[in-house]
Design a protein around this ligand. Structure first.
Ligand code: ZN
Length: 263
């Protein structure tokens, strides 16, 4: 079967009352920032059950970026920024991975086997791509196209685990760049002066165009300044924590905004 009609494809994966592949908040936001949150949700389409995982596993980082959507929504308010959030778990198809990679539809994640992703036929992978991955990215593309004549800086909001493979990660947040370092360098120049926090420079993850999808495809290809912001999950686990971090990021952004737009 070749899936050609998107409505038909949606019906094959999502039930009518299930949410769409993406959500746009504040689409007409007048600020210069556009926010994206690739790993906003750990929702799994009902038809896929639990992918063979238990609820605790789905609630962990392998399923999504806990806290990232909360920070992103608050930051969207502070900066009057449009925000695009993915609607489903990264385990169904990772919206920030190049298609065809093993970690696009992972058969294991952080050592946890994902039974529901094993032995998939190519048409099942195609369905996930058409119903979840492509609509999310079309939404980002259309939003950026609608702002083609306005200065835009693209910020991607993620979160990371406090401990990886038994090793504690010292950074409270990480600022990562791809080919163009200008926006990351500006944000770092402000954040490093905050004595209360430890900032990672391209830590815990750099952006790699052969791995990452969102910023290379949407920002670099359009020549937009961009940055990936990674927040450590213990700092944003509560609404109070998310609020503090959103305010901190908004302050830093406002301080460098003019220079970034002129740069
Ligand atoms: Zn993420």
């Amino acid at each position: 079967m070749t899936i050609t009609d998107n409505t038909e494809a949606v019906m094959l994966l999502l039930e009518p009352e299930e949410p769409p592949a993406f959500e746009i908040v504040n689409a007409r936001g007048g600020g210069s920032a556009v926010l994206v949150c690739d790993h906003a949700s750990n929702r799994v389409p009902r038809q896929l059950g639990s992918l063979g995982l238990n609820p605790a596993q789905l609630a962990e980082h392998i399923g999504w970026d806990p806290g990232a959507a909360d920070v992103a929504r608050r930051l969207a308010v502070h900066l009057d920024a449009p925000l695009v959030l993915s609607g489903y778990s990264r385990l169904i198809i990772d919206c920030n991975r190049q298609l065809g990679r093993a970690d696009s539809i992972p058969q294991q994640s952080a050592g946890v086997p994902v039974p529901g992703n094993c032995g998939l036929a190519s048409k099942e992978k195609e369905l996930r791509r058409k119903v979840l991955f492509e609509p999310y990215h079309r939404a980002i593309g259309n939003l950026l196209a609608s702002r083609a004549n306005r200065p835009t800086l693209l910020l991607s909001i993620h979160s990371f685990t406090p401990v990886l493979a038994g090793i504690a990660r010292p950074w409270h947040l990480g600022i990562s760049n791809g080919r163009d370092r200008r926006l990351a360098a500006l944000l770092l120049s402000v954040l490093v002066h905050d004595v209360e926090i430890v900032v990672g420079d391209n830590q815990p993850y750099p952006i790699d165009a052969s791995v990452d999808y969102t910023l290379p495809v949407h920002a670099e290809a359009r020549g937009l300044l961009n940055v990936m912001i990674e927040l450590r999950q213990d700092g944003i686990a509560t609404t109070a924590g998310a609020a503090v971090w959103a305010e901190r990021l908004a302050r830093a952004y406002r301080r460098i905004e003019t220079e970034a737009l002129n740069g």
